[in-house]
Ligand binder design. Structure first.
Ligand code: ARG
Ligand code: ZN
Length: 872
């Protein structure tokens, strides 16, 4: 069954108060809910017959239903697939429902479930209906009171809001009551119960209120909380300073759980995190993990305003909170670390994965028009492209006007469930701006392609750009309209200096507003032909084509004042070289040295003034997935051949430079996850990787030394990755064994260990991945382990997954079929690589399609998996 945005109807009934009580038991948890219900005045008619009350419910055992304290006779309610319908005889009443659930049997990790013996919940989007019968939709907002009763072996009992009561029951169980004064939708409800330790800190808000901060984990992880706590305090300060948003409760709690479908969840006052996204120590976590944690802690915290205080009317509006909050967390990370590097990482993700989604069978607008299963729409499009849409509003309006718009948005809609339209309207109304055409970004799917041509008129001193836009058709959407696209542009003079583009304002860059299918932009007073620096900072989520020569790209790499575009010029140079190599491979020619690329890389390495983090990003060849996204039929073998050849050619040609730089960057100081130190480690380890790729025994000895010193997980894991990729198989086996011996007690490190193997082009063969699945540390019911091993292979190991015999595809199909029975959300995500079959050469395409077929005829599929498979 498909649900459409156009069918939205306001709820028939509202819930003013929700009083929940839980008697926890793994097999039979008793849930009692008392709801103060009232007819929604916004839809009520005079003298009407009251419509039936609909309550969503799934996998629940219904025990009883009462209204105003009296058991409801059976003819007054009907249990249907997906819920309960009951007839009412008054517009206002108290409903009491008792249900029984079995958290132990819940492997979907939605609703109430157990993770390592700890009870926890995940209710977004529609998990609350697996806890009790309820109007489980975000436009029903209620004040919640929650009482938890559990055996004394669960000393920590948590829920949203403030703890208002606690005690012991007659039979010796613990009882705690929580009250959340802020009305919220059911998806923000949370409950945690376990034998947990915590660290505590406090934050004084801008108005001088003291907020207690607590981070709960199992005892073994208590030493891994400091970084998340620091990140939380930084986030709270940043949101006050940049958005004027103050925290509203007296307590803010975070809980780390090992079994979690996503990264984390912003439940009011009680955020629940995937352990991998919150726990870190220098010995066990890489720099990338430290930075991911900082951004996710911020993301969930920022949701307190963009998501909780102002929430979504319905799930089609998901990007209202997710796109905005991703934009907020990206700006926070940019302020805490290197802005250019953060932007490069985000754009890489967008180009690699969101563009592929936009061009695939599941392509949908930032605000989808329809869905079968909403869990399938927690996508890169809703999150990342949604964030780009908010960023474009920021670019179009400028920072002060954007802030006026966000202030108005929060003030106008505080306590309400609203739409993307309301967000744009607030941005307009606060500034007298016109975003009418801009709104198309919310409803039109697909990645726009821009073609840029330029002319220079020497006699007039005029330079002009002609920009054409076009968005390809996507499933169900033909005849795309022109979008309002902000294009930030700078011009470079022949000597590399930036040109003034507007005499009056003396600006070095301008934002061009492309609104037509084709448009001309002319710059006057330009003394000689300039070189354009286009789409600076990636000012819009588009593919931009301009026919740069290699020499021009090298020039931009050295002289552009926009660091993002220096990197982007290097990317373009790499992509051009890799495409040439692919052509040579396909026509059976000998592959030629990528001379321009090597020259460009050499210049980057020789530029002592360049931020080492930027150098590392420039020297990283685009991933196979990103190369595959360049258009045309994907030829996996050609991509791999081209990329490996280029890598080895670079490694050999620049070996001396890599060695000098490696030694210069060795750190003789304690680990710290500051932007500066991270930058140095990233370049140092890039050098190490190339050194090992060139294959000398000396290089492998360097890696071995770095591995054995084990100064921090960033350096250890990088050394191990190089040894696995470039050492002999026996050596690799030995190092991997040693690493496992040392870290087998640490879940997060074991995940890293799995990922290192499954993602290795050389080591991560299908046979080895099958062994990993049989390894005692692998748990099919733990999404992190599944992601590390199976997604590591299918999504991050292009070489082995696309093995010519097609066995990688069949393997993935079998895994997806098995997982769908346990955890549909994970199965539906894991199947993604098989949905892109149309993009490949005939042989791979047929093999991938056959694997997809295998799934579709395997038996009854979950709604999640069915939607993805049937649309592909
Ligand atoms: N709102 C969460 C976040 O982005 C994600 C929850 C997604 N849950 C799901 N079942 N898809 O912060
Ligand atoms: Zn979010």
């Amino acid at each position: 069954r498909t649900i459409y945005l156009k069918d939205y109807q306001a709820p028939d009934y509202l819930v003013d108060h929700t009083d929940l009580s839980f008697e926890l038991d793994p097999h039979a948890t008793l849930v009692k809910s008392k709801l103060k219900i009232r007819r929604n005045p916004a839809v009520a008619q005079a003298n009407e017959t009251l419509p039936p009350l609909w309550l969503d419910g799934a996998d629940l055992e219904l025990l009883s239903v009462s209204i105003n304290g009296e058991l409801l006779p059976a003819h007054r309610y009907q249990q249907r697939a997906g819920g309960l319908s009951l007839s009412t005889d008054a517009p206002e009443f108290e409903l009491e429902v008792h249900t029984r659930i079995a958290p132990e049997a819940n492997t979907s990790l939605e609703g109430l479930y157990l993770s390592n013996g700890m009870y926890c919940t995940q209710c977004e989007a529609e998990g609350f209906r697996k806890i009790t019968f309820y109007p489980d939709r975000p436009d029903v907002m209620s004040v919640f009171t929650t009482t938890i009763v559990a055996p004394a072996s669960y000393p920590v009992l948590l829920s949203n809001g403030n703890k208002v009561d606690s005690g012991t029951t007659e039979d010796g169980r613990l009882r705690v009551t929580w009250e959340d004064p802020f009305a919220k939708p059911s998806y923000l409800f949370a409950l945690v119960a376990g034998d947990l330790q915590h660290v505590e800190d406090s934050f004084t808000t801008c108005s001088g209120r003291e907020v207690k901060l607590q981070l709960f984990t199992e005892a073994r992880n208590i030493g891994k909380c400091a970084h998340a706590m620091t990140s939380l305090k930084h986030s709270m300060r940043w949101d006050e300073e940049v958005y004027g948003r103050e925290y509203d409760l007296d307590i803010f709690m975070i809980v780390a759980v090992d079994h979690f479908n996503m990264g984390a969840m912003e439940n009011k006052g009680l955020n629940i995190f995937n352990s991998a996204c919150v726990l870190a120590s220098p010995e066990t976590a890489t720099d990338a993990a430290f930075q991911r944690i900082e951004s996710i802690v911020a993301h969930e915290y920022f949701h307190n305003w963009s998501g909780n205080r102002v929430t979504c009317r319905d799930w089609f509006q998901l990007s209202l909170k997710e796109g905005f909050t991703v934009f907020r967390d990206a700006e926070f990370s940019a302020d805490m670390n290197s802005r250019a590097v953060k932007r490069i990482e985000d754009v890489t993700l967008l180009r690699t994965s969101q563009f592929a989604e936009d061009a695939g069978p599941m392509s949908h607008p930032v605000r989808p028009d329809s869905y079968m299963e909403i869990s399938n729409f927690y996508t890169l499009t809703v999150y990342e492209k949604g964030a780009e849409v908010v960023r474009m509003i920021h670019t179009i309006l400028g920072p002060e006007a954007f802030r006026r718009g966000s202030d108005l948005y929060f003030e106008r809609h505080d306590g309400c469930a609203v739409t993307c339209e309301d967000f744009v309207a607030a941005m307009e109304d606060a500034n007298g701006a016109d975003l009418k055409q801009f709104r198309r970004w919310y409803s039109q799917a697909g990645t726009p392609v821009l073609d840029v041509e330029d002319t220079y008129n020497e006699a007039l001193g005029e330079y002009s750009l002609t920009i054409r836009q076009q968005t390809p058709e996507t499933p169900g959407q033909k005849g795309k309209l022109p979008l309002h696209i902000p294009i930030t542009v700078g011009l470079l003079a022949e000597d590399g200096s930036p040109l003034r583009l507007d005499d009056a304002a003396g600006q070095m860059e301008v934002v061009l507003h492309l609104t037509e299918a084709s448009q001309n932009f002319t710059f006057a007073g330009i003394a000689s032909r300039p070189l354009p620096s286009l789409l600076r900072g990636f000012s819009a989520p588009v593919k931009l084509r301009y026919d740069y020569s290699s020499a021009q790209l090298q020039f931009l790499m050295q002289h552009d004042t926009d660091p993002f575009n220096r990197w982007d010029a290097c990317q373009r140079l790499s992509i051009n070289s890799l495409q040439t190599l692919q052509q040579q491979y396909r026509s059976g020619e000998a592959l030629q040295q990528p001379a321009a690329l090597i020259e460009g890389y050499a210049a980057v390495l020789d530029d002592a003034a360049l931020d080492p983090a930027l150098v590392a990003k420039m020297l990283a060849l685009p991933s196979a997935q990103e190369i595959a996204e360049q258009g045309g039929e994907i030829d996996a073998a050609a991509i791999i051949a081209a990329r490996t050849f280029a890598r080895d050619a670079i490694a050999t040609a620049l070996a001396e430079r890599f060695l000098t730089r490696y030694h210069a960057l060795e750190q003789h100081k304690p680990y710290s996850p500051t932007a500066e130190d991270i930058a140095e480690r990233s370049l140092k380890n890039t050098c190490l990787f190339y050194l090992c790729a060139a294959g000398s025994a000396d290089a492998l000895a360097l890696a071995k030394g770095q591995f054995e010193r084990g100064e921090n997980m960033t350096d250890t894991a990088a050394a191990l990755a190089a040894l696995v990729e470039f050492g002999t198989e026996t050596q690799a086996e030995g190092f991997l064994q040693a690493f496992y011996q040392q870290w087998q007690q640490d879940t997060q490190v074991v995940e890293t260990w799995f990922g290192l193997q499954s993602g290795s082009a050389k080591f991560g063969t299908l046979e080895r991945v099958q062994k990993l699945i049989a390894h005692p540390a692998f748990e099919v019911k733990n999404p992190n382990k599944v992601r590390a091993v199976i997604a590591g292979f299918a999504m991050r190991n292009f070489t082995q997954f696309h093995r010519a015999d097609g066995s990688g595809y069949t393997f993935l199909a079998d895994q997806v079929i098995a997982l769908d029975k346990l955890n549909p959300q994970i199965a539906a995500r894991l199947v993604t690589p098989l949905t892109r079959w149309k993009k490949y050469r005939a042989q791979e395409s047929a093999q991938i399609h056959a694997a997809l077929q295998k799934i579709s005829v395997s038996g009854e599929l979950s709604r999640d998996l069915y939607e993805v498979v049937s649309k592909s």
